[in-house]
Design a protein around this ligand. Sequence first.
Ligand code: NAD
Ligand code: UGA
Length: 454
Amino acid sequence: MRICCIGAGYVGGPTMTMFARKCPDLMVDVVDINADRISAWNSDKLPVFEPGLDEIVREVRGKNLFFSTDIDAAIDAADIVFISVNTPTKTYGYGAGSAADISYVESCARRIAEVSKSGKIVVEKSTMPVRTADAIKSILKSSGLGFQVLSNPEFLAEGTAMKDLENPDRVLIGGDEDTPEGRGAIEALASIYARWVPREKILKTNLWSSELSKLTANAFLAQRISSINAISALCEATGADVDEVACAVGSDSRIGSKFLRSSVGYGGSCFQKDLLNLVYLCEHFNLPEVAKYWRGVIEINAYQKRRFAETIVNSLFRNIRGKRIAIFGFAFKENTNDTRESPAIDVCRDFLNEHAHLAFYDPKVSSLQICRDLGISMGDKRVEFCRTPYDAADKAHAIVLLTQWEEFKNLDYKKIKGAMLNPAWIFDGRNCLDHRLLLELGFSLRGIGKGNIA
Ligand code: NAD
Ligand code: UGA
């Protein structure tokens, strides 16, 4: 059997690498229109950083995993075609700012219809608005060949992608359960996953349930973060400690302890866009109360980022003009080089608007990427890129920790304190440092939702 995945991004690359590893007899082609990305996948420096990914790519690349720009040939040779292209928020026309832009998905469907000489199983791997499969089906129908469309959304999280792919909580396959061809297609895909995923974890549903489950799962996850972040503001006002509250609340087995880490706000390419998409769908289906409910999750996240940046400016005597501020971490979370929708972008933009001088350190994000995200040129005098966190903190007024990289927990903060200006401030946007120790060392400190620290 041969499979093809259109889209060699954060999902397509790692997902297909796991398929190739677990099924040595399966030939896997990953194709993309972006030639630079494909050549990076074929090089020693992969375009995506994920713990464990490099080793597996090296093991299977050239054996049963191939990266190429020859999209048509890969489609034509495949029995199953995955569509794993980006589905960003639409920036133009109807639904601009909230609907999902499915133009990349549509162009894949058209390509499949045009170049295929036989019917295939076409799998939506990208996150889609509910009922996108209808559009794909009607485009494929024009070819006159027998295609089956499945929805198989991806639930991996960046930074733990390989672990999540190897041992998923569930695999979801939506398809046309009412016809023998539909049931056959669902089983064909299920039997690939069953090579390493226990059968009871492979859930089969109709197409619309599968599409909507993906949006709902992300909305629930984002909602938990906004819920605890909303409470963090109340903690700061009342003297409660949000980590203690989260621990007490999360100990209730009905609530559960995961995803209750209060922070500067969630980032990443999907929570914001998928929530916006959900809001758009609710409005489209004339459910304004439901739309308003989910919009609240987005609003709290924006509030949290703004609130954190304002707290910092206020603590530094409401003046950060010309002050050196060390930025610890720029990725949207630890263990990834991805900066899409990173809260660091909004916080740093606010600082630049206040004319601060920013000294960046992130172990995986390039200076070029940071400049692109902030919309500034590489030579901009207001920013500096440092090789170590110690260099960034040297003569700084404040350290602002925005990504929970493990290495930040183990730095020599005594040495750092000695090299900073006084009062030496640390703003821990992830509540991941040892606050007691930092206070003992003489730092001025603010975390998130920590009512009682000075
Ligand atoms: P990405 O931007 O990293 O990768 C998408 C790739 O598709 C790009 O390399 C782009 O060049 C390519 N592409 C676009 N149009 C194409 C076309 N017509 N032909 C060939 N290639 C084309 O995106 P991603 O992060 O991998 O996300 C892909 C989808 O998966 C999205 O719908 C996203 O919501 C969903 N998803 C992402 C994650 C994640 O952690 N990033 C997790 C679960 C689901
Ligand atoms: C998220 C989901 O966890 C995945 O299941 C989903 O497949 C993916 O979105 C997607 O559809 O793209 P991801 O965005 O990669 O994965 O990473 P998360 O671990 O969910 O973190 C998202 C953001 O929330 C990060 O900025 C993280 O720092 C923040 N976060 C997470 C918190 O602030 N607090 C928490 O308790 C957990």
